[in-house]
Design a protein around this ligand. Structure first.
Ligand code: ADP
Ligand code: ZN
Ligand code: ZN
Length: 703
C-alpha cells in the first residue's frame, strides 16, 4: 500500500508510532479509511501569499490538533503554521507529502476564531494563511519562542474608582442597551465630545463583567489614549485589563494575548489588531471613535477593524456599541436611513455630562477681511493674548508638521520635490533637512537653487515649526509647546509631552491632529484652527468628512471643565456649509448633506466598492496590467458590477514606484463579493511584468 512507502522515508520514532497504529488497525481488520486515519494528514495554513493550504503527514494526530500550531518543512525552511483541518485524504498522493516536524499543543485557536479569520479571508479576498498568521502575535510564530513565562495580569488596586451618578441621557442609553438583552445588537452611540460616552462604556462593561463575560474595547490609536487605559483600569481593578497594540514588546504582546485567550484578562483594550484576539467569554464589544480611519489596516490584508468587530459580534451573537461624536457616514446611514432597515440602533447623548460644561462657542474668522500676520489673524492673536493674561491655555491647530511644506526658487520656479514620489520635500528647519513625509527620503537644505544657482530660495506656506517660531517671537513671555509627530515619535515621548501639558508647563500649544484626540486639558479654553480650507476642495470625496470630524474633535478640547471654551476657525470660505455645521455643532445636518451628495453620486454607503491597485517602476506597466484585468472575459457574467477605467492614483508615484488603480462598484454587496472571488482568482493567474505588484482592497477609504 502506498502509505507504507511513505513510512520508510520518515524518522524512526515517527515511523514506529505510525506503523504500530496502522498495523493494529490492519490486524483488527478495520476498514481502509480507519487505516488511513491512523496515518493522519493535517491541512496547514502558512503565512504565504498563496490562496491554498498545505497538507502534511502527522502520524497519530487526532482532531484535537485542529487549532494547534505545527512546525513544518516549507521549501528549505522550517516554519510555523496552523492546523486547520484533518482531511480524509489529500489532493496530492501520500508519497509526496512531507511530515510535520512538531506539533505545538498550546494555545489552541478556537472555532469562532476560525470563523472570524475565515470570514476575513473571504470578504477581503486575502489568502487564509496570511490572514490567520498575521492575526497571531509574533511570539507564536517564531521557531525559537520566548520561554513561556507565567503570564502576568495587572494587580488589583486598593479600591475601584467611584461611579458618578448618571445623567438622564446616559441612563436612557444604558437602559436601551440593557433592554435589548443578549444576541446580536449593533448600537451607534452618537454623543458630542464630553457627553459621557466613556462613562456609558464603563457601565456596560460593568454589566458584562457581572455576567461573567469578557469585554473587547477597541480604540483607534492607543498612543493617544493612555487616559482611557488608566480610567478603565481604575474602575475595574480586578478585571486583569490588558492592552494590545503594536508598540508593545513581543513578549508583552504574547503575554497579554495569552491572558485574553485563556480568560484571565476580562477586559482587552486594544487597537485594530486586537479585534482578532481569542476571547472565550466575550460578551460585549465596544468600538470607540468608530469613524476613525486608523481602524483601517493600510497594508497586507486591508481590513476595517470596526467592520470585522461587527461581524464578530454577529457571529458570537453579542451586543456591539460603536461610539463617536462624528460617526462615519456608513454607520450613520445604518442607524438612520430607512432603506438600511435600521440595521443599527441609534443612541444619542446631546448634552455634556458635566452640568457646568457647555459646548464651546465656535466662530469663523473671515480671512478675506482680516489681515493675518504669519497666517494668524489679529482676532486670534488677541484671543491668545487674553488667555495669557488669564493664565489659561490656547491651542493653535494646524494639521501640517515641519517648517514649511515646500522650498522654492523665486527666479526659476524650482521647488523641492521628492525624486521618488509625486510629493514635495517638506522643510524641517530645526534639523536642517528637507524630508519626504511619504517615503522618508531626506536631504540637506541646499544653500542655493540646485537648478539656477540663485541664492534667493524661500520656504512657502507654513507648518507647525514655523508657527511655533512665530509665536515665540510674538509672545516672548509665553511658554510654547509644539505637539506633533516630530517631537513625539514614540508613545513614551507622547505621554511625557501630555504630562507636561497637564502640569501646566505650556501657555500656548501648537499641534496637529495628534493633539485633537481624546485629551482633557482643563485649562485649555481657546482653540484656533488655521489652514483647514485645503481639505474643503480636496479631490478625495472623504476629505470633508475627515475635516468635519477633526474640527469637532479639536473644538471639543476647549473648555471641558468649568471654564467655557472658544473656538476660532480661520477661513477664506466662511459661508461654506461645512463650517456652518461646525459652528452649529450640527453633525446631523452635515451628515444629511454629505449623504445626499453620495446618493446622487452613487457612492458608499449607496454602493459597494473595491479597488484593484498596481504599482510598477513605469506607470504604463501598471495601467496595462489593470487594463488586462478589466478585460477579463468573465466580467460579462456579472452585469451588476461596474468596472471603471484604470487611472493613475492621486499620488501617482511613491518611493520610486508608479501607481495606478481600477475602481469596481456594485449596488449589491453579494454581487460584488461573487464577482471579486472569481476575478481575484483570474487576476492571480495573470503573468506579471517584473517588479509589478498588485493588491485588491475591499471597501477602500482612499481614492
Ligand atoms: P466622552 O467620552 O463622550 O467624551 P466622557 O465620558 O469622557 O465623555 O465624559 C466627559 C467628562 O464628564 C469626564 O470628565 C467625565 O468624568 C465626566 N462625566 C461623565 N459622566 C458623568 C456623570 N454622569 N456625572 C458627572 N460627570 C460625568
Ligand atoms: Zn532657481
Ligand atoms: Zn518621497
Amino acid at each position: 500500500m502506498q502509505w507504507f512507502a511513505v513510512l520508510f522515508k520518515k524518522p524512526r520514532e515517527q515511523r514506529n508510532l505510525t506503523e504500530t497504529r496502522a498495523n493494529a488497525a490492519l490486524q483488527r481488520n478495520l476498514p481502509a479509511d480507519v487505516i488511513m486515519f491512523a496515518m493522519s494528514i493535517v491541512r496547514v495554513a502558512l503565512d504565504v501569499p498563496l490562496y491554498r493550504c498545505f497538507d502534511y503527514l502527522a502520524p497519530g494526530v487526532t482532531r484535537a490538533a485542529i487549532g494547534c500550531r505545527v512546525r513544518v518543512p516549507f521549501g528549505r525552511r522550517s516554519v510555523i503554521g496552523l492546523v486547520v483541518d484533518l482531511p480524509e485524504e489529500s489532493d496530492l498522493p501520500a508519497a509526496q507529502l512531507k511530515a510535520i516536524e512538531e506539533l505545538l499543543p498550546a494555545p489552541v485557536l478556537p472555532a469562532d476564531w476560525f470563523r472570524l479569520t475565515g470570514f476575513c479571508a473571504t470578504y477581503y479576498q486575502a489568502p487564509l494563511g496570511e490572514v490567520m498568521l498575521s492575526a497571531l502575535p509574533a511570539g507564536l510564530k517564531r521557531l525559537d519562542p520566548p520561554t513561556p513565562r507565567i503570564p502576568k495580569v495587572a494587580k488589583a488596586l486598593p479600591q475601584p474608582s467611584p461611579m458618578p451618578e448618571l445623567t438622564g441621557e446616559q441612563t436612557a442609553v444604558i437602559d436601551a442597551v440593557r433592554a435589548a438583552g443578549a444576541g446580536f445588537k449593533p448600537f451607534l452611540l452618537f454623543g458630542v465630545t464630553g457627553s459621557g460616552k466613556t462613562e456609558v462604556y464603563l457601565r456596560l462593561i460593568a454589566d458584562a463583567l457581572d455576567k461573567g463575560g469578557q469585554v473587547l474595547l477597541l480604540v483607534p490609536e492607543i498612543n493617544l489614549t493612555p487616559q482611557l487605559e488608566a480610567r478603565v483600569a481604575a474602575r475595574f481593578p480586578a478585571a486583569g485589563l490588558v492592552s494590545l497594540h503594536s508598540e508593545l514588546t513581543e513578549a508583552a504582546r504574547l503575554r497579554n494575548w495569552l491572558a485574553a485567550a485563556d480568560g484571565r484578562a476580562r477586559i482587552v483594550l486594544g487597537t485594530r489588531l486586537a479585534v482578532f484576539t481569542p476571547l472565550p467569554d466575550l460578551a460585549l464589544i465596544i468600538v470607540d471613535e468608530e469613524h476613525d480611519a486608523s481602524f483601517k489596516q493600510q497594508d497586507g490584508m486591508r481590513y476595517s477593524a470596526r467592520d470585522v468587530a461587527v461581524f464578530r459580534a454577529h457571529d458570537r451573537k453579542l451586543p456591539i456599541v460603536l461610539g463617536s461624536a462624528t460617526p462615519s457616514l456608513e454607520s450613520w446611514a445604518n442607524a438612520t436611513e430607512k432603506e438600511m432597515r435600521g440595521r443599527y440602533t441609534l443612541l444619542t447623548l446631546k448634552e455634556r455630562a458635566v452640568a457646568q460644561s457647555r459646548l464651546p462657542a465656535v466662530q469663523r474668522i473671515d480671512l478675506r477681511k482680516e489681515k493675518a500676520e504669519e497666517g494668524l489673524s489679529g482676532i486670534l492673536l488677541e484671543a491668545i493674548e487674553k488667555r495669557l493674561v488669564r493664565g489659561e491655555q490656547s491651542l493653535v491647530f494646524l494639521n501640517r508638521r515641519g517648517y514649511a511644506p515646500v522650498l522654492a526658487c523665486t527666479s526659476c520656479g524650482w521647488i523641492s520635490d521628492c525624486r521618488r514620489c509625486a510629493a514635495n520635500l517638506v522643510l524641517h528647519l530645526k534639523d536642517r533637512r528637507l524630508r519626504c513625509h511619504h517615503c522618508g527620503y531626506e536631504t540637506r537644505i541646499p544653500k542655493a537653487c540646485p537648478t539656477c544657482g540663485n541664492q534667493d530660495i524661500h520656504p512657502f506656506g507654513r507648518g507647525t515649526q514655523r508657527l511655533e517660531e512665530f509665536l515665540k517671537a510674538r509672545f516672548p513671555q509665553a511658554r510654547i509647546l509644539r505637539a506633533d509627530r516630530d517631537v513625539a515619535k514614540s508613545r513614551k515621548q507622547w505621554e511625557a509631552l501630555v504630562e507636561r501639558i497637564h502640569a501646566g508647563e505650556a501657555d500656548i500649544l501648537v499641534g496637529t491632529q495628534m493633539l485633537a484626540k481624546g485629551h482633557d486639558f482643563p485649562k485649555l479654553t481657546l482653540v484656533g484652527v488655521i489652514g483647514a480650507d485645503a481639505a474643503l476642495f480636496a479631490a478625495d470625496c472623504r476629505a470633508p468628512e475627515r475635516l468635519f470630524a477633526q474640527l469637532m474633535q479639536v473644538a471639543g478640547r476647549a473648555g471641558r471643565a468649568e471654564l467655557p471654551g472658544e473656538v476660532l476657525v480661520q477661513t477664506q470660505y466662511p459661508d461654506h456649509p461645512l463650517y456652518a455645521a461646525v459652528v452649529a455643532h450640527d453633525y446631523a445636518a452635515f451628515a444629511a448633506t454629505q449623504l445626499a451628495e453620495r446618493r446622487v453620486a452613487g457612492f458608499p454607503p449607496y454602493s459597494h466598492q473595491a479597488m484593484l491597485r498596481a504599482e510598477a517602476p513605469q506607470m504604463a506597466d501598471a495601467i496595462a496590467f489593470l487594463t488586462t484585468a478589466r478585460a477579463w472575459p468573465g466580467c460579462d457574467a456579472h452585469p451588476a458590477v461596474t468596472l471603471y477605467d484604470p487611472v493613475p492614483m492621486r499620488m501617482a508615484k511613491l518611493a520610486n514606484l508608479e501607481r495606478g488603480q481600477l475602481l469596481v462598484e456594485s449596488a449589491s454587496r453579494p454581487a460584488l463579493q461573487a464577482f471579486l472571488a472569481e476575478w481575484r482568482a483570474a487576476v492571480d493567474g495573470l503573468k506579471l511584468p517584473s517588479r509589478l505588484r498588485w493588491h485588491l482592497e475591499v471597501d477602500p477609504l482612499d481614492y
